[in-house]
Design a protein around this ligand. Structure first.
Ligand code: AMP
Ligand code: MG
Length: 411
């Protein structure tokens, strides 16, 4: 067996950031910027009002209450030029509208009273110059760096880019990840199970993990334990995807043809990782025929819990690396958590990843975990109930009150 860190380092070394592409902002959520972005425009592009009210000369309000003559209206989207404000005058103004020439402050509507015919406004309180005015470039000035390279684009980042007039952004291409299930026992069409059959759950789970991670999931189907069929599926996947995730067929069984085929067409390492579940792992590359580029292939174990744990420990970081993420940002959040009950295990030379229910306890300011249920690698119920994977170091049971590292599976 090899330590988890070694297996992980091997996987990461085989996962290189993808090519830089330019994409429309609407397609860029979650992608990683490949270049910094500098604003060409000021935000806001003109001085405007933060409130509905009246644009005035602040000096006119010093002896408030004071009556001013209403000389016009500016609404959002209009130029302010048509309604200049002279001494003793005010212009009705709506949030986002430009401050008209001559005005230097805004009085919010709540502090005014308008005469019945609308020609006069009484300002009840004095305001200072700049009151409720958002100056030009108050948010961003031309030449400001609004995004650094290596930024994982959030909705707010996309908003900033749109604000400064960008329509596209340079990013590392979103990895296209092909998912394949293998096994003669698998059924994927909802039909009644014949003797010896089970349902294919891994393909849907893995595709969903890929999609949830922000990558493009490609369904490469369910493939029988047949050497030719497996080779055809892998070749097709390598030709059309940036990485492949297979499940099943990587153990020591007689019909584990994924292993046979990958050994023949790829440059693979077969690992027994000192973890439980998900001990067997195949990782390596298969050269794409068209251009010879190495396509990473993750050969995950078939047991459903194992394949999910394997995804978290190896695929997620490897694929994030391909997506351009920093080495400090390859994993789900890991927190320290207090065991609320004994987390059972025996010494076996492996780190265990227990499926646990995890909650943040405000009263003690700590995360607290307890088992999410039966811990077999085929028992998906506890996986589905789990909020986190608790890392139980090699050794005996983790007793109540002890602290463990917990990998949070949901926000
Ligand atoms: P294998 O890695 O092919 O030896 O499979 C290990 C275990 O996982 C066996 O019990 C398989 O039936 C099961 N298994 C393999 N692939 C899947 C799948 N796609 N969905 C559900 N169970 C699977
Ligand atoms: Mg199998």
């Amino acid at each position: 067996m090899i330590p988890l860190d070694e297996a992980r380092a091997f996987v990461l070394a085989g996962c290189r950031p993808g090519p830089v592409v330019t994409v429309p902002l609407a397609d860029a959520l979650g992608l990683v910027t490949a270049a910094g972005v500098t604003a060409a425009e000021a935000v806001p592009p003109f001085a405007n009002t933060a409130m509905d009210g009246f644009a005035v000369r602040a000096a006119d309000t010093s002896s408030a209450p004071v009556a001013l003559r209403v000389v016009g209206t500016v609404r959002a989207g209009m130029s302010g030029e048509g309604a200049p404000v002279g001494p003793g005058e005010a212009t009705r103004i709506m949030t986002g509208a430009p401050l008209p020439p001559g005005a230097d402050a805004v009085v919010m509507v709540e502090l005014t009273e308008v005469s019945a015919d609308g020609s006069q406004v009484v300002v009840r309180e004095a305001v200072r110059e700049g009151n409720h005015v958002r100056p030009v470039g108050d948010d961003v000035r031309p030449g400001d760096r609004v995004l650094e390279p290596g930024t994982v684009l959030t909705p707010a980042h996309l908003g900033v880019l749109a604000t400064v007039g960008a329509t596209e952004v340079q990013v590392v291409r979103r990895p296209r990840v092909g998912v394949i299930s293998t096994g003669d026992e698998l059924v994927d069409d909802g039909s009644p199970l014949a003797a010896g059959q089970i349902r294919d759950s891994n393909r849907l789970t893995l595709r969903s993990l890929v999609a949830e991670s922000g990558f493009e999931a490609v369904d490469l189907g369910l493939v029988r334990d047949d050497e030719q069929a497996i080779e055809a599926a892998l070749r097709h996947g390598v030709a059309t995807c940036d990485a492949l995730v297979t499940s099943g067929g990587v153990s020591m069984g007689d019909f584990d043809y994924v292993k046979v085929v990958l050994d023949r067409i790829g440059d693979m390492r077969w690992m027994q990782v000192a973890i439980r579940p998900a001990k067997p792992l195949a990782f390596g590359t298969v050269a794409r025929r068209s251009d010879g580029s190495p396509v990473p292939v993750f050969g995950l174990p078939g047991n459903p819990v194992s394949s999910m744990v394997s995804y978290e420990l190896f695929c997620r970081p490897g694929l994030r690396r391909m997506a351009g993420r920093a080495d400090t940002d390859l994993d789900r959040p890991v927190v320290l958590a207090v065991a609320d009950e004994p987390l059972r295990r025996k010494p076996d030379g492996k780190v265990h990843f227990a499926r646990v229910a995890c909650r943040y306890d405000l009263a003690t300011g700590a995360y607290r975990v307890r088992s999410a249920g039966a811990q077999g690698s085929h028992q998906m119920a506890a996986m589905a109930a789990a909020d986190a994977l608790a890392e139980l170091p090699d050794g005996p049971t983790v007793e109540t009150g002890a602290t463990v590292r917990a990998r949070l599976l949901r926000p």
